[in-house]
Design a protein around this ligand. Structure first.
Ligand SMILES: NC(=O)c1ccc[n+]([C@@H]2O[C@H](COP(=O)([O-])OP(=O)(O)OC[C@H]3O[C@@H](n4cnc5c(N)ncnc54)[C@H](OP(=O)(O)O)[C@@H]3O)[C@@H](O)[C@H]2O)c1
Length: 279
């Protein structure tokens, strides 16, 4: 059987995360040569060791401007072009705006938006001529402004708009490389698990990681600039929200907000994920 990524150079950013590590394993199974990027050196080495000689690890804190500058300089010295880059690094904060610390806001902007933009800037010169960068976003097309995710959604919306713009810029310079926005819905990862009861209460499907991998591979194979998981209804709702937000409120958003408000008890009103530490 032919392997979809046989001898292709594949970079996974956020390779230590629930989605990132699953992506690394899936690309390796399809023959990809892996460059794994992540913040936690020990966890990164552990994941890379699973693939023996098939993976190289590069520690990078996306929030660090010095780290990004070193990353860019290192890329310039690497021989061989990258075929696929998947950026699955991200920070997720669910709390009222009032409860966001300055550090929360800074971290969200640094990792989800500035980090993704600067990563793209560093990677475009070293992409294969048909290469593709896929940023993992959230909130459907990034512009579904859920309450209690206000800063997070602002970073995803910014990323979505950046991707539209950079693809237009690349087309004008006649480059065939593509930057994509890929949005999973709620998935069965460790970070998301404590919110599964919320999604169930809202009758929103929780996807297994395998489904996310399948749709990611489709996004790459079909060279889609945008892929929203959740099927037709999610795409329709994202469009509806853009043109008629009051109807989106009436149909889903108000109810979601009420349920989420109840769900975010004082003790849950914390930053999600083991990757983030409030100062
Ligand atoms: N899981 C879901 O249901 C779901 C649904 C929609 C969208 N998403 C989005 O998909 C992305 C990945 O989700 P996940 O479930 O895999 O989350 P996760 O398990 O918490 O993984 C997040 C990854 O981001 C990395 N990261 C965080 N801050 C970083 C920094 N400053 N520099 C470099 N890497 C950093 C983490 O690395 P360290 O561990 O080293 O800190 C980790 O590898 C996130 O953007 C999330 O919002 C997830």
């Amino acid at each position: 059987m032919t392997q979809q990524f046989r001898d292709k150079n594949v970079m996974i950013v956020g390779a230590t995360g629930g989605l990132g590590s699953a992506f690394a394993r899936a690309f390796a199974a399809e023959g990809g040569r892996l460059l794994l990027v992540g913040r936690d050196k020990v966890a990164l080495q552990r994941i890379a060791a699973e693939f023996g000689d098939g993976a190289v690890a590069y520690p990078l804190d996306l929030a660090s401007l010095d780290g990004l500058a070193d990353f860019r300089a290192t890329l310039a010295t690497v021989s061989g072009r990258l075929h696929v880059v998947v950026n699955a690094a991200g920070v997720d904060v669910r709390r009222s705006l009032d409860a966001h610390s300055v550090t929360d806001i800074q971290r969200l902007l640094d990792v989800n938006l500035r980090g993704a933009i600067m990563l793209t800037q560093a990677l475009l010169p070293v992409l294969h001529e048909d290469g593709q960068i896929v940023h993992v976003g959230a909130f459907a097309d990034g512009r579904l402004a859920f309450p209690y995710h206000t800063v997070d959604v602002a970073t995803r919306a910014g990323l979505f708009t950046f991707i539209e713009g950079i693809n237009r810029e690349l087309a004008l310079s006649r480059r065939r490389v593509l930057v994509s926005y890929f949005a999973p819905g709620p998935t069965d990862t460790e970070t998301e698990r404590e919110f599964h009861p919320l999604w169930r209460e809202l009758s929103i499907r929780i996807d297994p990681i395998d489904q996310v991998v399948r749709e990611l591979f489709e996004t790459i194979q079909r060279r889609q600039p945008v892929h929203l998981m959740g099927g037709f209804s999610t795409r329709l709702f994202a469009h509806l929200n853009a043109v008629w937000p009051q109807l989106a409120d009436w149909l889903v958003m108000r109810r979601y907000g009420r349920i989420l408000k109840g769900f975010l008890s004082a003790e849950r009103n914390t930053v999600l994920g083991k990757t983030y530490h409030s100062e």
